[in-house]
Design a protein around this ligand. Structure first.
Ligand SMILES: Cc1cc2nc3c(=O)[nH]c(=O)nc-3n(C[C@H](O)[C@H](O)[C@H](O)COP(=O)(O)OP(=O)(O)OC[C@H]3O[C@@H](n4cnc5c(N)ncnc54)[C@H](O)[C@@H]3O)c2cc1C
Length: 459
């Protein structure tokens, strides 16, 4: 028999945004139930942002020792992956245990239920034989899971996704990475720096295909320095696993068939939204859809809100948190500001980092913007030149010529994600390009190169 309980709010899925909504709503006096079938906090703290950046930080320290030669003498590093694996296990993820996060949630007044929840109608969620009827409604934050493309033989092999990669205790001697987007590129470089022989297979004609082509070029140069084999415009036809080794059949950009042989295969070829089994049909939504459509208040239907990766507005922790803040304002009857997506920042933490905000040149042109662009290689700036090895990069700005402000920008360099902040402010606040040009920028910073990119707008 199903037990029924009256509450105010149900948060289904506790990724970074869901955890935040549940905590804030309970703080505002609501009776809140938070449901998660895996770990409270979602992908980011356990299998995503945090452990991957810890691995990258470690890998980059090794790369820096290799740059000593041209700068300060000689240095020798002996990579030991177990050091970072231990840090990820003990410091970042508590051995993939969310006890602390659950206690924090319960201390904030949220009733936590572990299990697979499903909507059974507007404002009603069932989990583990209990039906929660919410007077205010339900917030969906079910996120995504790694997707495995329909490649012959793949499903029968012990391939890695980001989840297994984050739990690795050793760096494999050889690794094939399927997918050269942000996740694939970050992990490919990290493992290569720990000594793995890495090949990246990407279907698109370049790495980081969603970013500016200039960014892809810089990252491709860096991958060449790291000894990473990059096959772009290439497709994986079949995967086999025998005697502990993978054989990955690839057709390269020229149509030549090759077989990559490796100890491990990491599939980083997209994410699958957790939407098919959460009862969307019971609230009039399509369970086969890739995203849940939301309005500017994150409302998705009657007594229904959605936040995070499933909204399709950017699969980033900062997006999940941003949308959480909006949903909480709406739930508690506060005023806006409501959602706006014209200045979404994103950073790929390769070395050099690729920071970007707003539209790329191509996206702006496709949107019918009267585009003017300016760019400058970081190496031609004082700081890029002083930096020497590892100082490769580029700044690119995309202006709406008629409006006279930036609609997008890219910052690639050793501190690309940090330099991005001034560009993100410019795009967010639609700062007139003229005003940006008047700004005094400290010498010799990396961000000072922004002034050269702005000057280049004039051609
Ligand atoms: C390797 C990697 C690196 C990344 N690096 C970055 C980065 O550097 N910066 C950044 O901003 N983003 C990064 N991301 C993306 C980031 O992890 C996500 O955008 C972020 O976790 C927000 O996701 P979310 O809020 O949609 O929910 P998720 O984090 O996906 O969490 C959803 C939760 O819902 C639960 N759930 C799903 N369905 C149900 C159900 N029916 N019942 C109960 N519980 C359910 C799941 O168990 C999960 O805990 C990275 C991702 C990966 C994979």
């Amino acid at each position: 028999m199903t037990d029924t309980q009256q509450v105010d709010l149900v948060v289904l899925g506790l990724g970074p945004g869901g955890e935040s909504v549940a905590t804030e709503a309970a703080g505002a006096g609501m009776r809140v139930v938070g449901i998660d079938e895996r770990l409270v906090g979602g992908e980011c703290p356990y299998y995503g942002c945090v452990p991957s950046k810890m691995m990258i930080r470690a890998a980059n320290s090794l790369a820096e020792t290799r740059r000593v030669d041209g700068l300060a003498g000689t240095a020798e590093a002996s990579p030991a992956f177990d050091v970072v694996a231990r840090r990820i296990r003990d410091e970042a993820t508590d051995d993939w245990d969310d006890t602390v996060a659950v206690e924090r949630l319960e201390k904030a007044g949220v009733r936590f239920v572990r299990g697979h929840g499903r909507l059974v109608g507007p404002g009603v969620v069932e989990v583990g034989g209990t039906r929660y009827v919410a007077s205010v409604g339900v917030v969906l934050n079910t996120g995504t899971a790694p997707a495995a493309p329909p490649v012959d033989g793949l499903a029968d092999t012990p391939f890695w996704t980001n989840r297994e990669a984050m739990q690795a205790t050793t760096a494999p001697a050889s690794l094939v990475v399927m997918g050269g987007g942000a996740i694939g590129a970050e992990l490919a470089q990290a493992f290569a720096r720990f000594g793995s022989r890495v090949s990246v297979v990407e279907m698109a004609p370049r790495l980081l295909a969603l970013e500016e082509p200039e960014a892809s070029e810089v990252v491709a140069r860096s991958f060449a320095t790291d000894g990473i084999q990059v096959l772009v415009g290439a497709t994986v036809g079949a995967v086999e696993h025998a005697d502990g080794r993978f054989a990955v059949s690839v057709t390269d950009a020229e149509g030549t068939d090759i077989t990559l042989d490796a100890d491990r295969l990491l599939v980083a070829a997209g994410r699958r939204p957790n939407l098919s089994d959460i009862g969307l049909d019971t609230v009039g939504l399509d369970p086969a859809a890739r995203t849940v459509e939301t309005d500017e208040r994150m409302r998705a239907g009657e007594k229904l809100w959605a936040i995070g990766d499933i909204t399709g507005e950017g699969a980033f922790t900062h997006m999940s948190m941003y949308q959480a803040g909006i949903a909480v304002r709406d739930l508690t009857g506060a005023d806006g500001p409501w959602a706006s997506y014209h200045a979404v920042p994103r950073v790929t933490y390769t070395d050099p980092e690729v920071g970007a905000v707003g539209l790329t040149e191509e996206q702006a042109r496709d949107a019918g913007v009267d585009v003017r662009t300016g760019s400058t290689p970081l190496g031609s700036s004082s700081r890029g030149w002083i930096h020497g090895p590892g100082g490769d990069g580029v700044i690119k700005v995309v202006e709406d010529r008629a409006a006279g402000h930036l609609v997008g920008a890219t910052s690639v360099g050793p501190a690309g994600g940090e330099v991005l902040s001034m560009l993100a402010t410019a795009v967010h606040a639609r700062v007139p390009t003229m005003v940006l040009r008047e700004q005094v920028l400290a010498y010799p910073t990396f961000h000072r190169a922004v002034s050269s990119a702005l000057a280049d707008l004039d051609g």
